[in-house]
Ligand binder design. Structure first.
Ligand SMILES: Cc1cc2nc3c(=O)[nH]c(=O)nc-3n(C[C@H](O)[C@H](O)[C@H](O)COP(=O)(O)O)c2cc1C
Length: 164
């Protein structure tokens, strides 16, 4: 357990897009959801991670209700967890049981992280921005939104990380 963020090395264009991650949101009944869009960086002088969640996800409600979340990067051998958490909805089942992963109490926030993660980030949401039709400056972006379910960007300050 450490706050030495400089010691983390992430391939920023690979870590979400190719490797994927699990976003955990909620406190009493937290829910794991697969994400492949995201970014890490600096905002207001803080280390941050931004995730993008469509309003149609069960996770969206949890992200709006609780201003904290964890981002969990799993080892390659647990790819099946991404398939389950990226296809089932937490509104209809318990994805912790379905995917056979375990919760660990976070150090600073109330949302847990995933025990099996090779890296887990504890985040406090500091900025929340819903995309609107007018937000998009490239025409191809509209292809992602046949149902006009525009993502909301949630930027969280990374307040702790866990690396076994
Ligand atoms: C590889 C992969 C990446 C995904 N990335 C995102 C994402 O970045 N944002 C999002 O809103 N949904 C994303 N999804 C879709 C959700 O994971 C999926 O709809 C999930 O079942 C929603 O779970 P929930 O209803 O429990 O929140 C992704 C799915 C997969 C398989």
């Amino acid at each position: 357990m450490s706050k030495d963020f400089d010691s983390l090395s992430l391939k920023v264009f690979k870590v979400f897009d190719k490797d994927w991650a699990i976003l955990v949101s909620g406190k009493d009944n937290p829910n794991p959801m697969t994400i492949s869009w995201g970014g890490v960086g600096t905002l207001y002088g803080k280390p941050v991670v931004t995730v993008y969640v469509r309003p149609t996800r069960y996770s969206f409600k949890l992200m709006m209700e609780h201003n904290e979340f964890t981002v969990n990067f799993l080892p390659r051998k647990l790819r099946r967890v991404y398939d389950i958490c990226g296809s089932l909805s937490g509104g209809e089942c318990n994805k912790w049981i379905e995917s056979n992963i375990n919760k660990v109490k976070s150090s600073i926030i109330k949302t847990p992280f995933i025990k099996e993660a090779k890296l887990a980030l504890e985040c406090k949401t500091i900025v929340r921005v819903p995309f609107e039709r007018e937000s998009f400056l490239a025409n191809e972006i509209y292809d992602f939104y046949e149902k006009e379910d525009y993502h909301t960007a949630f930027t969280g300050e990374v307040v702790e990380f866990h690396k076994p």
